[in-house]
Unconditional design. Sequence first.
Length: 108
Amino acid sequence: MLLDWNAPYDDGGSRVTSYVVEYKDVDSVLWQRAAAVDGYTRTVAVHGLRDAALGDYLFRVSAVNEMGASEPLETDVSVRPSRPSAGLYAFYRITLPSHFTTTAWCQV
């Protein structure tokens, strides 16, 4: 699963140094860290998700700067993963709140 997002409109006067990406099953209360990337990277591949028969997921991203981590930007729609067939890519365009732009499966 690939997640893309835009930089925040306002960094509070301190450059974003990293982003923390988390996910959770919609039936869970626990968020799991998927990745931490530098402040210039705004795409991350999330691995280890179960297939569509086992559930839907929510994602969130926090921007981090010298002041600490922002409140996370959370998807307001869930995503149901499905594996692409025989080496093909299966892409999904989903309109998400604020700065999220796309969610898609990448070839594994």
